[in-house]
Design a protein around this ligand. Structure first.
Ligand code: NAD
Ligand code: DAU
Length: 336
């Protein structure tokens, strides 16, 4: 069984590749990644020698390269994570989001159709549904209309629609997953949780957008991996599955939890200008996936404690990132 994982040098794809290589020694796992600013192979030192792990450096939007790779390896399954993933970057530079997230997905779908893959799992996001208000009884279900608000979420929604069209028009066997905010090991330090941990540890101010009352629904990355594994093997052909663990927190609550766990002062918090078009609240109803047999193993409390400890134990990993090219981006974004 040959499985192609795109974006396997990134945060979630990287955790998924490690999970799959260990869990399924009988599968050949191909990690295809362009190694953009968000891709990093040092995370795979412990699996790179394993016989069932393979790495291919390629751009998912490069039709010729992708077609010849699919012809050669005859993948059985595709699990598609590769994307530009950061909302703030999509606000300042939307073009690359269209190129990678929309065109790149279409290139993969076409190659998958040509060789007849048995399953194409498209890893999407709850952000395609837009935003909820602060009424705690409302949730995103699989039937919630798609109403993306940022260039990032619009590009992901567009790719979801292409996946759906390849299923309806050509009969490609697909699933679409829509997960809430992930956190955990190897989360790139431009995103709220790893940014807060790294800045607190470096005694730097933590930028909180607006009033900090926006709500996200947090899920540990390993719970996302088990959900995708289940959908890959047991998802009903053509279906969408929402993924979330009922862990809603305001951004301010998240930042304060991290600061107090690290024993530092809340004076590090700095309220800064709000994100343009900042979605108020995301909250997932995961009932459909639970009915398939999935349940998360981490609460937010156990997951955030494990994650903070991981960042304490792996300072070299995130320091090499914030000291690289990323530093310029970071300084441009926040002159705090
Ligand atoms: P990430 O930014 O950490 O990783 C993205 C990976 O894709 C990187 O390794 C990068 O090098 C690679 N990549 C980018 N452009 C590429 C291209 N043209 N060709 C090949 N590889 C390319 O992202 P992430 O946070 O791990 O998110 C992975 C997927 O999960 C994305 O599709 C995202 O939309 C989705 N998702 C993320 C979250 C979250 O909270 N992070 C939640 C739900 C869904
Ligand atoms: O919901 C799933 C999505 O979660 C994924 O599809 C995206 O790929 C992923 O990046 C994430 O998007 P968010 O925009 O929710 O994540 P981010 O970590 O960028 O921001 C989380 C919240 O924190 C959001 O309300 C904005 C706020 N924020 C973020 C940063 C980086 C701050 O207040 N300060 C910050 O410095």
């Amino acid at each position: 069984m040959n499985i192609l994982v795109t974006g396997g040098a990134g945060f979630i794809g990287g955790n998924f590749v490690q999970y799959m290589v260990d869990k399924y020694p009988q599968y050949d796992i191909y990690n295809l990644d362009l190694l953009t600013y968000a891709g990093d192979l040092t995370k795979h030192r412990e699996i790179e020698q394993k016989v069932n792990y393979h790495f291919v450096k390629a751009d998912i939007a490069d039709r010729e390269v992708i077609n010849s790779l699919f012809e050669k390896e005859k993948f059985d399954y595709v699990v598609h994570f590769a994307a530009e993933s950061h909302v703030d970057r999509s606000i300042t530079n939307p073009g690359i989001f269209v190129q990678t997230n929309i065109l790149g997905t279409q290139v993969l779908l076409e190659a998958s159709k040509k060789i007849g893959v048995s399953k194409f799992v498209h890893v999407s996001t709850d952000e395609v549904y837009g935003e909820l208000d602060f009424d705690p009884t409302t949730f995103f279900t699989e039937d919630t209309p798609i109403q993306p608000n940022s260039p990032y979420s619009a590009s992901k929604a567009s790719s979801d629609l292409l996946v759906r069209a390849y299923h309806e028009t050509y009969g490609l066997p697909v699933n679409i997953t829509r997960c809430s905010n992930n956190y955990g090991p190897y989360h790139f330090p431009e995103k709220l949780i790893p940014l807060t941990i790294s800045r607190v540890l470096n005694k730097q101010k933590v930028p909180v957008y607006g009033d900090g009352k926006n709500i996200r629904d947090w899920l540990h990355v390993l719970d996302h991996c088990t959900a995708i594994d289940l959908v890959l093997h047991e998802g009903a052909n053509g279906d969408v599955y929402n993924i979330g663990g009922h862990n809603e927190r305001t951004n301010l609550e998240v930042v304060k939890t991290i600061i107090s766990t690290l024993g530092k002062s809340e004076e590090l918090i700095e309220f800064v200008a709000d994100r343009l078009g900042h979605d108020k609240r995301y909250a997932i109803d995961p009932t459909k996936l639970e009915q398939l047999g999935w349940k998360p193993t981490y609460t937010f409390e156990t997951g955030i404690a494990q994650t903070i400890q991981w960042y304490l134990d792996n300072k070299a990993w995130w320091e090499q990132i914030i000291c690289g090219d990323y530093e310029n981006y970071f300084e441009e974004q926040y002159s705090v």
